[in-house]
Design a protein around this ligand. Sequence first.
Ligand code: SF4
Length: 291
Amino acid sequence: MPIEFLKSLDFRVSNTCNFRCRTCTPAASSALAKDWVFISKEKNVEINRKAFESNEELRSYLSPVWSQLEKVYFAGGEPFLQVEHYLILEELIKSKRSSQVELFYNTNLSVRGFGKHDLVEYWKRFPRISLSLSIDGTYEKGAYIRDGFNWDHFKDNVKYFKENVSGLELFYNITVSNFNGLYLPEMVRHLKNELGASEGRIYFNPVSDPAYYALNNLTADLKDKVLKTLIEASTHLSSPLKERVEAVANLINRPNDIKNLKAFQQMTKRFDQVRGQSFRDVFPELSSLLK
Ligand code: SF4
């Protein structure tokens, strides 16, 4: 479709990101790409990826649509750290369109702005802001899976944006892997009790690629343990979260290939070595996975 007719934009302008999540890819995170050089031993890892060579190129590409956009969706890398994201907000404000544009984000919520750019100041000009917050664990488990994450800092930022942004909607998006399947009930409890998250706003996004992080890539005894934990937890939840937990539990008994378990062991050991972390210390209940 010619760009002149666009009303909604899904924007991923670069892989700029300050986090190095284990289940992410270098194509989506510049910080992870730097690690990847050591972890994968690949020689030609592209660290910084950008969709546009310059701000001028981006501005001229979108100039036909400023006055007609209704929705813009920003995803990562981390959009709050991308200058292109602020440029788009500025152009929408300049063209007097911002009061009619809804903004959607996928974010790690680690910052409240970038340099001179203050998110709250920009968002005052827009009617509705929806944030899909990526969180794969709380406390040290969250920090292990999502290097850069800090649970207390995350909670402070949730509270800050709730207090300062009108028209704000928050969703909690958990990437489900073999790291965190066992701890989903604990995470749901923390989100509800410490952040006041309603069950309906908690979503699961199971990893399928790479297969070595998929939830079914567990040993038989661990599959059994995770399955029982999730089924038991689902009995205390209401719809629709109850069905979402059951759907995740259904993934566990899918067949797995021993090659995936070996790849998990190899990758986890390499990441631990490069980052000075210990899978066994953070996830003692899963330590048999590394045997
Ligand atoms: S915050 Fe998002 S883009 Fe950044 S490393 Fe994590 S998953 Fe990837």
